[in-house]
Design a protein around this ligand. Sequence first.
Ligand code: ADP
Ligand code: ZN
Length: 674
Amino acid sequence: MDVTESDARRTLHRVFGYEAFRGEQEAIVDHVVAGGDAVVLMPTGGGKSLCYQIPSLVRSGTGVVVSPLIALMQDQVDALRALGVRAGFINSTQDFDERRSMEAQFVAGELDLLYLAPERLRLDSTLALLSRGEVSVFAIDEAHCVAQWGHDFRPDYLALSVLGERWPDVPRIALTATATAATHEEITRRLGMPDAKHFVASFDRPNIQYRIVPKADPKKQLLSFLEEEHPGDAGIVYCLSRNSTEKTAEYLCRNGIEAVPYHAGLDAGTRAAHQSRFLREEGLVVVATIAFGMGIDKPDVRFVAHLDLPKSVEGYYQETGRAGRDGLPSTAWMAYGLQDVVQQRKLIQGGEGDESFRRRAAAHLDSMLALCETVRCRRAQLLKYFGQEPAQESCGNCDTCLTPPESWDGTVAAQKLLSTVVRLKRERGQKFGAGQIIDILLGRKTAKVIQFDHDQLSVFGIGGELTEAEWRGAVRQLLAQGLIAVEGEYGTLVLTEQSGPVLGGGREVLLRKEAPKPASRSTKGERKAKPQAAAGAELAPEAVPVFEALRAWRGARAKEQGVPAYVIFHDATLREIATVRPDSTSALGGISGLGEKKLATYGEGVLEVLATFGEAGTTAAPAPDPAPASDRPPLESSAPAVVPAARASSAPAVPSAPDGDPEFDWDEEPPEYE
Ligand code: ADP
Ligand code: ZN
């Protein structure tokens, strides 16, 4: 296999300009080049595309890529063409002539790669077309779409098993970032690939910093997170409901951050326009429901923020995985609070589906809550969830590693809280939500407390040793641990089977101390001090103006050609150029990400930009004045976040809703799960 092996590596250098394969890539490429079938599990950003692109280039014929995302095919093909790869697609966005021309190119053997949507591939006419040309490999991207119980299920994927029947000699490679064993098994079975070799890459994404902060005033917290750590950066903010995506996007815009909403309720034109802006502009924030993201391979998404709790660890991992595909430092940030737990539990109880569906949903939620409440390394917990052994027990790049949370003995607090619930039920026949219970514990004579005579209860005022925020944290954690439960439309608190031992003194309760403020500030220094990958190192100050000049040059090229900036060069490539400052075309060829075609197309332009800075290492460069040269204020410039009090305790009562919890400002409409 020596000959093809070096063919593959030569293609990697020549076309893509990369030094070496990453992780499992080489083994996968070798296997497929040699004609074997493969099922590939790799996290988002792991480098799946090369696994089928290189075999397509090395083997004779055209690689046919099945991808569910028509809207992204143009960008994928543009990116490949920029590398000198003969790529094309056939889909409904083309007119008749374009389609005919693409078909002719395929039949004539003039295409290295052809992208098709599954609904087109299954048509007899398409299968007949493919029979008239030569297919080198079938790549089935987003292969988890074949999984019937998964959230991305697409019935057209079920028809893809025909490929193995009609083309038994053409290797097939199915790729996904969805990691569960069940999905893996379903892909193998439904696509009819029993003999495929399975490749499971490490799911670790070391350049992503995971942080989960207590939710107080989520929009404000988000704003200070963005202002302090990601000014001018592109990113995605996930919310559960359509309404809150729109409100949050408006709020960010009002505060000087360019943001657009994205959800399934917007018309197709608006959605497409917002997605296209996200891909093409630098530094746009998309506030979206989970309808946004699959297949978005923008490499420089610097952060993914969650304002609501995702309903499973799988979802969380897939969404956060959209950050930092280019390997540069990125943040996965989430604000999570009591109302998230209450809302999700209610959704499961009141949702559709049979008992086993509800049980599965509850188990997913429990794993997600365990991740939120852990006092240990979040990365280690994530990897273990996906059945992988973390390299270390402490990664040093998540909030619990950077600022280890303290725990405290919450047994007495839990008992006080549970007894309040018990008293209300036994003595009054009432159930209330967390807000009223906490007011009782704190001895607050609110209108609603007086209305119901709750100041007469023996438990009134017994919880003065904790603050309101601490009580809310305690309720949240008890919910997460299943020591208390929520019920009904108003999210009233009720006991569970496990509450008994706590009340009886037979069970200790360990609680995590609530951080007085989000952990963001303490981690900033570490972020700077801790380069992740080679490409992730902070730029030296003298390289910053060079990088910015290159970015501006790249922006102009992208605009001319109507393609996203990353199609010209990734940030990582520009950073390396700005740092190394090559002085000749051949020196430029040594930069990662600069293959033959890009060197020929852009080499001179890059050298011209560099020439304006004089020689590397001299001081001939323009004075490095970061203010005008950079659109990013230095990290340290902003003031620490001030987290406002969670809630005004004197909120007026709602007399007609005895169980209502006025603090929970639910959206009227259901969350969007698509
Ligand atoms: P995935 O499809 O798995 O999410 P991609 O195929 O989009 O990931 O690759 C993620 C990023 O990593 C891309 O920017 C790609 O150019 C880069 N990349 C992939 N393989 C390599 C490699 N061997 N060397 C350098 N960069 C790579
Ligand atoms: Zn960690």
